[in-house]
Design a protein around this ligand. Structure first.
Ligand code: ADP
Ligand code: MG
Length: 312
């Protein structure tokens, strides 16, 4: 429908709703360029992502594809080079230093892969969870710290220091610490990367509990296919862009996985390498609207008999 048609229908005065206006997280053509010496690295190359309030998603992708860069931007610790990124009421392209600090304190919690990076070594689990807390009287904070440790299943380590806990326990205490100020968004960058499978499952369960019981929106970067198989949506990043999404649907108890390509606002879609190679799709392809779908054919119409006759 053309713009003039929209106007004729009375839509002229009303602006279209802002892209992703009802999502909690919106990344729109996000670009992050790192400059190291004379070398420029484009870590994010126009990444689009939307996450709804209350969702739990996994982000997967090869090493160097931009996953940590994305989480750095969403955490407010890093600023993007171009594009748009909004989390809740915070426009992270526009916020100043002071607002950025407030954003990090009020809106997000963060869990790193390295267990040692998440907790202060000389404090007990309970004390670690209380460190970031800003609200409430002393006693209320202590009670709340214990509640959070119980929530993620590590109430028994409340008085222990990190070195007296297993790796999985440390990561769960880290999750409790990240939840200390009731953030709306919890970010975890390969939180199970240093753990064995059974322990990783405990940590994943703790993230899931934060999502289901505390209602926290969770974005977890992972290499672990077992983790991405347990969330409703997995977003794959390739070369600094979101390339595909897998949705897991439970219909009558059946778990199904459906893979979707991601289309950006300009209508661009990445065709998987194996499809491109199978049909030798290169620089130019032929698109056609076929009733209920769109076909993509190699240039030259090799698959269209009548066209080939005309060419010869
Ligand atoms: P991932 O987490 O998916 O492995 P990263 O987001 O860490 O990927 O990195 C994406 C790309 O950006 C890589 O090529 C990486 O070398 C580069 N990069 C990340 N951080 C920096 C930085 N601070 N300075 C320069 N290059 C960086
Ligand atoms: Mg990383």
């Amino acid at each position: 429908m053309s713009e003039s048609t929209l106007e004729a229908l009375g839509g002229g005065a009303a602006r279209p709703a802002e892209f992703g206006h009802d999502a909690l997280v919106v990344c729109d053509s996000l670009v992050r360029i790192f400059q190291s010496g004379s070398v420029e690295v484009q870590a994010l190359q126009g990444l689009d992502l939307m996450v709804d309030d209350g969702e739990m998603i996994a982000v997967v992708g090869a090493s160097g594809s931009g996953k940590s860069t994305l989480l750095g931007v969403l955490s407010g610790m890093d600023a993007p080079t171009a594009g748009r990124v909004r989390v809740g009421r915070w426009d992270l392209m526009a916020v100043g230093t002071r607002e950025r600090v407030a954003y990090r304190r009020e809106m997000v919690g963060f869990v790193w892969q390295q267990t040692s990076r998440n907790l202060l070594p000389y404090l007990s689990a309970r004390q670690n969870v209380r460190v970031p807390m800003t609200a409430g009287a002393r006693r209320a904070r202590a009670a709340r710290a214990d509640e959070l440790l119980d929530l993620v299943g590590v109430g028994h380590v409340a008085d222990r220091r990190p070195q007296e806990m297993s790796g999985g326990e440390q990561q769960r205490v880290a999750i409790a610490t990240a939840l200390a100020n009731e953030p709306q968004l919890l970010l975890a960058d390969e939180p199970t990367g240093e753990l064995d499978t059974a322990t990783a499952q405990d940590v994943f369960d703790a993230l899931r509990t934060a999502n289901l019981e505390a209602g926290t929106t969770v974005v977890v970067v992972t290499h672990d296919p077992a983790v991405s198989a347990q969330v409703e949506r997995t977003v794959a990043i390739r070369d600094g862009r979101t390339s595909s999404e897998v949705l897991r649907r439970d219909a009558d108890g059946d778990v199904t996985h459906e893979e979707y390509a991601v289309m950006d606002r300009a209508g661009r879609v990445q065709v998987p390498r194996e499809y491109r190679e199978a049909l030798e799709l290169t620089r130019r392809v032929r698109l056609a609207l076929e009733g209920d779908h769109v076909s993509v054919r190699p240039d030259g119409g090799a698959r269209s008999g009548s066209r080939r006759e005309v060419v010869r």
